[in-house]
Design a binder for this molecule. Structure first.
Ligand code: GDP
Length: 194
């Protein structure tokens, strides 16, 4: 999809703050610093609409970006910051769980992992959470430009094995630097919001 219109509609914490209407939603999840904001910006052709590297300690919100009046990207705060307190982590967990398990408009979660390294324990927990609640998902393995092309297949294999990826779930190689995988991800998302 060629995106020309994209705007942040609301940063929500509570359910009553989620936007009204029936547009389908795609949520983006991943550990902090994995490249989630860069992924969003690349997908919507913006340099910096989604904030990059949101720091811990800031209010953790679900950011709803309306795209072309057609769908929302819902940016979920990153997980895996060692410095975040237990209380903050619990708050994060409740917010994500409420959103992901009850939001009718949610069509798919894009789980973003770093293709250079095997998925982390937190990545596996997130994937298992999605499977447990039967929430459709795709895995995007980003930062592909940081490893040689010849290693892509073996890194994807490691990611699949570490996550214990189910057959029905796609994993797509991506790079926010080169745009690798962008068309593939859009094609998959468009199928899912039909
Ligand atoms: P977030 O915390 O998950 O939103 O991560 P960011 O999007 O802020 O990215 C973290 C860092 O990784 C930044 O320095 C980005 O420039 C860099 N980065 C993100 N995606 C890519 C990518 O596909 N390729 C390369 N080379 N760097 C990336």
């Amino acid at each position: 999809m060629k995106v020309t219109e994209a705007e942040l509609v609301i940063s929500a914490v509570r359910q009553e703050q989620y936007p009204e209407g029936h547009l389908p939603e795609i949520a983006l999840a991943g550990r902090s610093n994995v490249g989630k904001s860069s992924f969003i910006n690349k997908m919507i052709n913006r340099k910096a609409l989604a904030r990059t590297s949101s720091k811990p300690g800031k209010t953790q919100t679900l950011n709803f970006y309306k795209i072309e009046n057609k769908l929302y990207f819902v940016d979920v705060p990153g997980y895996g910051f060692a410095k975040v307190s237990k209380k903050e982590r619990e708050k994060w967990g409740r917010m994500i769980e409420t959103y992901m398990t009850s939001r009718k408009q949610l069509k798919t979660v894009v789980l973003i992992v770093d293709v250079r390294h095997p998925p982390t324990n937190d990545d596996c927990l997130m994937y298992n959470f999605l499977k447990y609640y039967k929430i459709p998902c795709i895995v995007v393995a980003t930062k592909a430009d940081k490893i040689p092309k010849g290693k892509w297949a073996s890194h994807l294999k490691t990611a699949k094995e570490t996550l214990n990826l189910e057959k029905e779930d796609e994993i797509i190689l991506f790079s926010s630097e080169t745009g690798e995988g962008k068309d593939k991800v859009w094609a998959s998302l468009m199928e899912r919001i039909k």
